[in-house]
Design a protein around this ligand. Structure first.
Ligand code: GLA
Length: 688
């Protein structure tokens, strides 16, 4: 990281990329270049010359003053009605890999800091912004983005992004970038199932392992917005940060606002290269326990729904332990008057009728069975039919003059109120401490609607405060209970982002456990998130979401590509099924460290088959999992090309006791798939 005073420019260097910023005569930090070392040497963007199209450069944080007409990342209004910032000369500080460009408005006592962090072992650049009001009057903030990212001139532009719904999260879409402003957003107070704050842009020709890709992801679990602008001169910039359009925050005298990290990465190794860079970064710098193997989970939700009691759970726990399960999770229904989803949320004492002596006896037995014990909680929510709501109707996000919208018969507590945050932290802390809880599945089953915080001078703060309070509670719980692990969940994958991942160990990917649907969901999820955090249960067949029947082995093989879990009615499984399941769990444990900590490749395949390939960091051990959900007459033989293997090396197939040359596997390996639909296989190779 260096500053060149002659040019007024900053150079950020990562192992394979460079990023250049310069200070414009008007005081604004302007983007110059982002690419490989060679590309950045070669190509400054040509300046445009006429008075309508700008000068060909883009702001590092779009402001509303001057000849700027794209989406502004900073929207502010001073007390006298003046909009936008005009920066004076910038100062800066460089501390190792951390650059702070310090800006101050020429006429108003407002400062901004643009933060950049680079590290010696990743090409991911972290960026965020801090706004500071040094004046005596409030400043209204309509938008405070973390960063604007600008691409070099390309022949064309294509975007990859994730869309979805409940039960169909993380669907990868690749589409041309229109000459327009494209907005990716969540207005739901949660990251959302519908869009994920991850984006990749290429010139339309990138492939899995080839081609230049620029990608970015926002570490925030509340509402967010990323605006991608391709203007008619073909400049492409995207600006992103917390909050959706229409909100505004007051920055009072002496107050500051720090935004979440909006990280970016550039690679010339295609979409797979971007994936590998993100996985590596998340494991090194975001996920709290990257070195740990994720345990094989049993979760009771699909088996018992709300009908949970001590004896029933114990029967499941005994069966799960036999299969080799390591963590038993009691899901919804264990507390208050929660016999279905209409009542009880908020009353976090064990339901007497089902757990007459509390959770203690079940936890103890689960521990005796050699498993850890996990519990489902939904600390941000309340049913109107609950003692908590009857005692504190004012604790929910609401607008008194508006009818409240209940979703899944529940309302949302305003964790931005200190008394609510205190309450949630206290009962969670006590619950974990008093019951020997090892794991929490932290759920959030509705979005924010009709949001208000009556009496608060700055009501839109709730969109920031709530998420920050959730983060603080999780952080405190982890600090005070170092053994505690947390799973992020919001009706499946509705809260999946680097913000929540900085304080959780895994993500419940989707409520949809159908293995065929899961292949698509997992493909999208894996673009950004590593297998280690991708919770994947195998459940009963036919599947409750789709009615599709699939073999146990296929279901297992799909889930083995992530953090394996089981969620079926084990008490109704046949002896043969239980034996086969125990075998498959044992297989998973044998390949788990490669799957969970390995490097992901997506090999090319033929014959309606898809595959993932995990390679250990040293390249000595490899796991390939291949699936063919549907067969067909006349299809080519299922072949997988393992181009990530070393062509000069020999590999030993652990299960089949044969040797395979790297060159053969690279050229194309015939897969031994069973006949018919829902065929799958696992290949476990060791070098040498
Ligand atoms: C959400 C979760 C499910 C389950 C239910 C319980 O939908 O995603 O896994 O925990 O809530 O109500």
């Amino acid at each position: 990281m260096t500053y060149d005073p002659a040019r007024g420019s900053w150079l950020l260097t990562t192992p394979r990329t460079r990023y250049v910023i310069r200070e414009d005569p008007d005081g604004s930090p302007r983007h110059v270049a982002w690419g490989t070392h060679e590309a950045v040497e070669a190509s400054p963007r040509p300046a445009l010359t006429n008075s309508f199209d700008g000068d060909g450069t883009a702001d590092e944080l779009g402001i509303e003053t001057g000849a700027r007409f794209g989406p502004a990342g900073l929207q502010i209004r001073f007390a006298d009605g003046t909009r936008g910032a005009q920066w004076g000369r910038a100062g800066h500080e460089i501390d190792g890999g951390h650059l702070v460009i310090a800006l101050h408005d020429r006429r108003y006592p407002l400062r901004a800091e643009l933060h950049y962090r680079v590290r010696p072992d990743t090409d991911v650049i972290e960026r965020w912004t801090v706004l500071i009001n040094d004046g005596g009057e409030p400043v209204t903030v309509g938008r405070a983005d973390s960063a604007a990212w600008t691409l070099p001139p390309l022949a064309d532009y294509r975007m990859s992004h994730l869309v979805g719904t409940w039960n169909q999260e993380f669907q990868l879409r690749r589409t041309p970038v229109p000459v327009a402003e494209t907005v990716f957003t969540s207005r739901r107070g949660l990251t959302s199932h519908h869009a994920n704050p991850w984006l990749a842009v290429d010139d339309g020709t990138a492939e899995e392992d080839r081609g230049a890709v620029w990608s970015a992801a926002l570490a925030w679990s509340g509402s967010w917005r990323i605006a991608l602008h391709r203007d008619p001169t073909d400049r492409v910039t995207f600006t992103g940060g917390l909050g959706h359009e229409g909100l505004s925050w007051t920055l009072g005298p002496g107050q500051s606002l720090q935004t979440p990290v909006f990280a970016g990465v550039h690679t010339v190794d295609g979409f797979g290269g971007a994936t590998r860079a993100w996985h590596d970064y998340l494991r090194r710098y975001v996920i709290p326990t990257p070195a740990e193997d994720r345990p094989v989970v049993y979760n009771s939700w699909e088996a018992t729904g709300f009908a949970v009691d001590e004896a029933g759970q114990l029967r499941l726990a005994e069966a799960a332990a036999q299969l080799g399960v390591e963590l038993f999770v009691l899901d919804d229904g264990w507390f208050g008057g929660r016999r279905d989803d209409t009542a009880g949320l908020g009353d976090w004492q064990p339901y007497q009728g089902a757990f007459p002596q509390g959770l203690g006896p079940l936890v103890e037995k689960v521990h005796q069975l050699g498993m850890r014990f996990g519990l489902w909680v939904e600390p941000e929510m309340v049913n109107a039919d609950s003692d908590l709501y009857r005692a504190h109707p004012d604790w929910v996000l609401h607008t008194p003059s508006r009818d409240a919208t209940e979703l899944r018969q529940q309302l949302m507590l305003d964790h931005g109120r200190p008394e609510v945050e205190r309450w949630a932290h206290q009962w969670l802390d006590r619950l974990v401490r008093d019951n020997g809880i090892d794991f929490l599945k932290w759920d959030a089953n509705r979005a924010v609607t009709d949001a208000g915080r009556p009496g608060h001078p700055d009501p839109d703060r709730l969109w920031i405060d709530h998420t920050r309070a959730v983060y603080r509670i999780m952080d405190r719980l982890r600090t005070d209970h170092p053994h505690l692990r947390i799973e992020a969940c919001a009706g499946g994958g509705g809260r999946a982002d680097a913000g929540v991942l900085a304080r959780t160990d895994q993500i419940w990917t989707s409520d949809n456990t159908d293995p065929v649907d899961r292949l698509g969901i997992q493909h999208g999820f894996s673009q950004y998130f590593p297998a280690q955090v991708m919770a994947a249960w195998i459940t009963d067949s036919p599947n409750i979401a789709t009615g599709r029947s699939t073999p146990l082995r296929f279901r297992f093989h799909v889930s083995m590509a992530g953090a394996l879990g089981i969620g079926g009615k084990l008490t109704e499984w046949s002896k043969e099924e239980l034996t086969e399941a125990a075998d498959l769990v044992a297989t998973y444990k044998r390949i788990r460290s490669v799957v969970q900590h390995g490097v992901l490749h997506r090999p090319t395949t033929e014959g309606h088959t898809t595959a993932v390939h995990y390679a250990s960091a040293d390249g000595d051990e490899h796991v390939v999992i291949a699936w063919r959900p549907q067969t067909g007459a006349g299809l080519p033989n299922p072949v997988v090309r393992l181009t990530a293997l070393d062509g000069d090396a020999e590999y030993y197939d652990v299960d089949r006791d044969v040797r395979i040359s790297g060159a053969t596997a690279r050229a194309g390996l015939a897969l031994e798939l069973p006949e018919g639909d829902y065929a799958s296989t696992v290949l476990h190779l060791r070098r040498g």
